[in-house]
Design a binder for this molecule. Structure first.
Ligand code: ATP
Ligand code: MG
Length: 446
């Protein structure tokens, strides 16, 4: 992409309505524009990151054997009357009436709709286990939408639902989700710690939230600092293995880590004092096992091996896809702007031409751009007639992890400069070497 042809409306001034750094940078970098309180348009740069995050979520869900579909945003109130949640949900639910006077709602979540799909099409235990998920917009009329995409009213969520014959099978689905979430967040360059949580209006006993530690987080969290040493890394996992998934579940949840809702002071005090931590965190996901709550209320049964109708055991599992942009920026920025992890960056590398209009510099930049694209990478070439300082400031603000700087002086010696946004370190090398280096860096992210 050439910056001169792109739509990147960066702001010079810091918007006064933004209270936290991620919101400020998303506005300044021209990623989002508020349409109404808690409702945003996704401008091209923000949309690109959103798509990258979605892609990772899809890949990791499918790797775990979960099946994508797409349910609508508008739902029938009658379905929610069946589960009893139409009245329970309260003012967060946006209620709409169509021209025929039928009550509808903009879905805040999809347990009812998916249970209806399930009961219409699945009737035998032989069709289980089954986990269906989608990535779809949700609406919750939050009392205080704030912090940009962190607490929106309209927001993008991945929500998945497992259907299993027994509690044991459903707990395996729960563990499978936990593992797939660990992988998902790590690919985004994030550490998200599973913490025991409270189930709220979804209902159920078993639930963990995934929290990214950040001072601006809305949740208070209590944990053993040893949990921050855990990483999933590159290990192979067999998602069908009950034992393997349960082992990883134990490894990541046996140390104390809880949100304030389930915090237990006595248990917390059993941790050696130097490892006790009280901090704040951003909830980027949550997994639930809730048994037969919806299947019993809505008649989602299968014929069991004994021939009898059996209500299925269910769970639901969410990832805050749009909130993740904010969480990643909170976790990865400096005073110049965003620092995208390689896994989610909107463009892989920025090319800065120090002397636009100079035939040699222009030719070298265009050559680099073509070579990068041919190598499967997605470069952003700043080909504007601006001074170097302005170009660097834009690149730093939008946070591409790598920058190639091209200028007549370097070209005389056959080199360009490759700079890491994170460390600020630069290295001179031939253009082909810079392309080769980037291919290597991104190999595991493509
Ligand atoms: P919260 O406690 O932050 O209100 P929740 O527990 O009600 O969230 P869930 O039903 O667990 O939310 O939704 C799954 C995920 O969707 C959450 O973990 C969070 O990352 C994201 N999410 C929930 N509400 C919002 C919102 N208003 N704006 C953006 N993301 C949200
Ligand atoms: Mg939650």
């Amino acid at each position: 992409m050439r910056l001169s042809r792109y739509f990147l409306p960066v702001l010079k001034e810091t918007p006064s309505e933004a209270q936290i750094v991620s919101h400020r940078y998303m506005l300044r970098a021209g990623m989002i524009k508020q349409a109404q309180a808690g409702i945003y348009s996704w401008l091209p740069l923000g949309f690109k990151v959103l798509k990258r995050i979605e892609q990772i979520v899809h890949e990791e869900q499918e790797r775990a054997g979960h099946i994508p579909l797409l349910m609508p945003t508008l739902q029938s109130a009658d379905l929610w009357r069946e589960s009893g949640r139409y009245d329970d949900y309260g003012e967060e639910m946006l209620r709409i009436t169509d021209r025929h006077g039928r009550d509808m709602l903009y879905g805040p979540t999809n347990e009812e709709l998916i249970t209806d799909i399930f009961r219409s099409h699945v009737s035998s235990y032989k069709d289980l286990p089954l986990t269906l998920y989608h990535i779809q917009w949700k609406f919750r009329d939050e009392v205080r939408p704030r912090f940009g995409v962190m607490r929106g009213r309209e927001f993008l969520m991945k929500d998945g639902y497992n259907f299993d014959l027994t509690k044991e099978a459903a707990l395996h689905a729960y563990n499978r989700h936990l593992v797939s979430y660990l992988r998902t967040y790590e690919r985004m360059g994030l550490q998200a710690i599973p913490m025991r949580a409270d189930s709220g209006p979804i209902g159920g006993d078993d639930t963990h939230e995934f929290l990214v530690l950040a001072d601006t987080g809305e949740s208070e969290v209590f944990y053993d600092s040893a949990v921050t040493d855990l990483t999933f890394g590159d290990r192979a996992i067999d998602y069908d293995s009950v034992e393997e998934c349960a082992g990883i579940m134990r490894e990541f949840t046996e140390k104390y880590a809880r949100t304030d809702e389930t915090h237990d002071e006595a248990k917390f005090n059993e941790i050696p004092e130097e490892r006790r931590r009280v901090a704040r965190g951003i909830e980027v996901g949550q997994i639930f096992y809730f048994g037969t709550k919806y299947s019993e209320a809505m008649g989602a049964t299968v014929q069991g091996p004994d021939g009898k109708p059996t209500p299925v055991h269910m769970g639901s599992h969410g990832i805050g896809v749009s909130r993740l942009l904010g969480a990643i920026i909170e976790a990865s920025h400096d005073d110049k702007g965003i620092i995208w992890p390689e896994g989610v960056t909107p463009f892989h590398v920025g090319i800065v031409n120090l002397k636009q209009g100079d035939a040699e510099a222009d030719g070298a930049c265009e050559g680099l751009e073509t070579a990068l694209i041919n190598a499967g990478l997605d470069p952003l070439y700043d080909d504007r007639k601006e001074r170097a300082g302005g170009k660097f400031a834009t690149m730093d603000l939008i946070g591409l992890p790598w920058r190639i700087t091209v200028g007549p002086r370097g070209l005389k010696n056959g080199v360009v400069e490759l700079t890491s946004r994170r460390t600020g370190e630069s290295e001179e090398m031939a253009p082909e070497a810079a392309v080769a280096r980037l291919v290597e860096i991104y190999a595991k992210h493509l």
